[in-house]
Design a protein around this ligand. Sequence first.
Ligand SMILES: [Ca+2]
Length: 528
Amino acid sequence: MKPAIFITLLFSCLLISSCNRTEKSNAAQWPYGVKYEIFVMSFADGDGNGKGDFKGLTMKLDYLKNLGVNGIWLMPIMPSDTYHKYHVIDYNNIDPDYGTLADFKIFIDEAHKRGIKVITDFVINHTGNMHPWFIQAQSGKNNVYRDYYVWAKKDSIRNQIHKKSVSFDSDNLRKWHPVNGDTLGEHYYGYFNGLCPDLNLDNPKVRDEILAIARFWLNEVKVDGFRMDAARHIFMDERAEDNHAFWVWFRKEMEKIKQDVYLVGEVWSDSKTVAPYLKGLPSLFNFDLGNAITNVAYSGMDTIGLVKKYKDISDYYKSVTTEYLDATFIKNHDQTRLLTELKGDLNKARMAAALLLTLPGTPYLYYGEEIGMVGDKLKTYEDFFGPDAYVREPFIWDVGDKDPLQTSWEKPAFSTDKTVTPVSVQQSNPGSLLNFYKKLILYRNSSLPLTQGDIEESGITVSEVVSFTRKFKAQEELIIHNVSDVEVTLRLDDENKKFNDVAYTSADSFTLKDGELKLPAFCTVILK
Ligand SMILES: [Ca+2]
């Protein structure tokens, strides 16, 4: 590196650190900022039984604070008879695996003290089949809970019973299910499977129950919002418009309970299907983007026109609602882990993270992504938990059981201290994946263009490069990613030459001179 450039870099580094103090709190203001999805069972075990819980999670809040996240999404925490807890059997409590309501309230309090908000999965499309409502509902047509669920005479659904329909989020072919020992000749509707019967949200009594539950969590327990599971399945597929209207109603009711409630929804589908949901749920997970980022990072080429594709969809959503706030992510708890899809290439994992953390929206990290956890959903499985458990394995704090909060509820098939470098080791290595995340999140949190700004194409069209500008009021940044494994030399055009300050770079060997950039393989640069 030439001395003049070294001085420029040093000077801009000094500028960044002095700016951090003044701008940081503004830029990453809620609901902006980086979020972190947690499967509590696998995170931190506070009482030594191997299962993660809120005592443990509370003790690890500083880890999340240091990582730079300002929001946590907890996968379901209510009592359930399934390990993943998506089949709720009591809406007003904490699953005993995770502790008590009192533990949870302490956790919320401690998170809030650190400036971290907490949202929980709220599963209202269905209950578990062991929920007392469903147990009652099966007892007879006159039971008061019968109408809490969706029933049909067996004859009336004969041609639908084996109807083939597969969607992004379900490969279940059978939506109608018989009741064991039933003499009433009716089947119940369960979109995902027979173990989780769909609630009848046409029934005002069920809606009242849902509102009472929300009041409990928002007012009494003080969670900051909800992640709404299976948002597109509230009513059957052919009632899409009723689904859209439901969420408008739901949001209005939630805002009556807590004016600044944060809601993010799961509508796992293409953008055309997603768009009408934005009126009720202005934050929805961007599944397309997660796939696109993985694709570009893996191939080392931008063959899909990532920025244009992103912008087209985002502009389309903004035409539906001006409140649109993209919930971006690479992978979640239902998908094969990022590093596994990238065939274990850590450089590519860094690039995927760099793309996520420089694009618009509120990026969600899936726990373990930042330390390079692995897990393949498609592996043939023979154990009790099923394939998803392989992408929800224990987080790795230290070597062996050195960390007293290490969870061990399942025997990991993929992520162990042999295949993943533990947190403790990564923390002391400045070049680790974990420190890569930390440094870039720290920068993002200090930058208004990155956290809240618009996105435009930069005019740089080289297939090894993904480049765009981010602009917030008068502040503008040019982001350039060399997604390939070879060095790329670029000459900035007159329009882009105004960006001559290096605000962030992932590689020390990067150079900028007279508008000419030399980007080493897998290098990300942010210019101001
Ligand atoms: Ca425990």
